[in-house]
Ligand binder design. Structure first.
Ligand SMILES: *Cc1c(COP(=O)(O)O)cnc(C)c1O
Length: 380
């Protein structure tokens, strides 16, 4: 089976992890700060907080922005469930903005319309979570301009998009957001096994995220409400979690970061090849916004008779997948009042979408096999 995505682990990656295992620190040592430094350099940003998953990063990002009961978080239906779940973790309400029919990212027009309505109803969100779907940045300039009118904070869910650019700058620089979040799950662009990261330009947000990553416990006298009682002293100043990344994960991340541009270049080259090789078939290839250079986490195509095409591809050794079942149609969200039909663009996209294999190690022969099987499946 040719999978839809997979990691690429080198001898250097393996050596880096082994070195940690033989060192003094398996957690809370020097590798996590090294990983964070690599992320700051990549993203051209002042603060980076590494955690054990992107879900944790989204959670501490929401906490840092004080999202809580009575507040509202908006994201898109075309995303992994975690982008919405973190609102519920904080006790907030969650709603969705429909996606753009070309980029499958948050629709600026839908956002504008929904904001106008929400202002009228007194139901404006506190936090907006646009998702850089498939690795392509949302139209952040327009989204930030709209959010700014209502003082809405922005967390970019860039789980797909480490190594992507927007308007010539790296995704993660927070030029149009408060916080940007990445995932390092093995199917994503670079991996730490499980792992995530939040970047920000704001020292206060960075400090709050650091606190919530580790139990709300601090050894920083500036954050305490009384003088230190001695060298052992710490205080728990807020309720936090254990969302720390291990040293093994961080060491893997450091050497993976060294190959990020190689990974993203290869994914872009493979995507261009797909554009070319699929051009004569009755499938719709993903549209690229000229403002963005995608990291190409995914290559979603649209086909008619999706269920049959999907089944035929799987039967013939092509490990296709579907991203995403619209979040609002999941039973958990239907029980909270959402229904089929609420977000027609995300639903129409989902009805025809298939993610085809795209990863660093995908060979030319394997890609040709994928294309030829798609040709057979759609003309069956
Ligand atoms: C993968 C993913 C997440 C969650 O990432 P984890 O690191 O697995 O927690 C969140 N949002 C999106 C869009 C994702 O693709």
């Amino acid at each position: 089976m040719i999978p839809y995505g997979r990691q690429d682990v080198s001898d250097k990656d393996i050596a880096a992890v082994l070195e940690v295992l033989q060192s003094d620190f398996l957690t809370q040592g020097p590798a996590v700060p090294r990983f964070e430094a690599a992320a700051k350099a990549q993203c051209n940003v002042d603060y980076a907080i590494a955690v054990n998953s992107a879900t944790s990063a989204l959670h501490i990002a929401c906490m840092a922005l004080d999202l809580g009961p009575g507040d509202i978080l908006w994201t898109v239906p075309n995303t992994f469930v975690a982008s919405a779940n973190v609102g519920i973790y904080c006790g907030a309400d969650v709603d969705f903005v429909d996606t753009d029919p070309d980029t499958y990212c948050m629709s600026v027009a839908a956002l504008e319309e929904k904001l106008t309505q929400a202002e009228r109803d007194g139901k404006l969100p506190k936090v907006l979570v646009p998702v850089h779907f498939a690795g392509q940045s949302c139209d952040m300039r327009a989204i930030a301009a709209l959010a700014g009118k209502f003082d809405i904070r922005i967390i970019e869910d860039a789980s797909h998009a480490i190594g992507a650019n927007y308007l010539g700058q790296p995704v993660g620089d927070c030029a149009y957001s408060d916080i940007c979040v990445f995932s390092f799950h093995p199917v994503k662009i670079i991996t730490t096994g499980e792992g995530g990261l939040a970047t920000t330009k704001d020292p206060k947000l960075a400090s709050r995220m650091e606190l919530h990553r580790s139990h709300g416990v601090t050894r920083d006298p500036a954050l305490m409400d009384q003088a230190s009682e001695g060298g052992w002293y710490y205080q728990m100043v807020d309720l936090g979690y254990n969302y720390r990344m291990t040293e093994m994960q961080a060491a893997l991340g450091v050497t993976q970061f060294e190959r990020l541009s190689e990974f993203v270049d290869r994914r872009n080259a493979l995507a261009l090849e797909y554009d070319r090789k699929l051009a004569d078939l009755p499938v719709t290839c993903p549209v690229q916004n000229p403002d963005s250079r995608s990291a190409f986490h995914l290559y979603p195509i649209l086909v008619d008779n999706r269920a049959e095409v999907f089944a035929r591809l799987r039967e013939n050794g092509i490990g296709v997948n579907v991203h995403y079942i619209p979040v609002h149609t999941q039973p958990f969200w239907r029980a909270r009042g959402f229904a089929q039909g609420d977000f027609p663009q995300s639903e129409a996209y989902y009805a025809r979408a298939i993610s085809i294999p795209l990863y660093f190690g995908l060979t030319e022969e394997a890609q040709d096999q994928v294309v030829s099987e798609i040709g057979r499946a759609v003309s069956f």
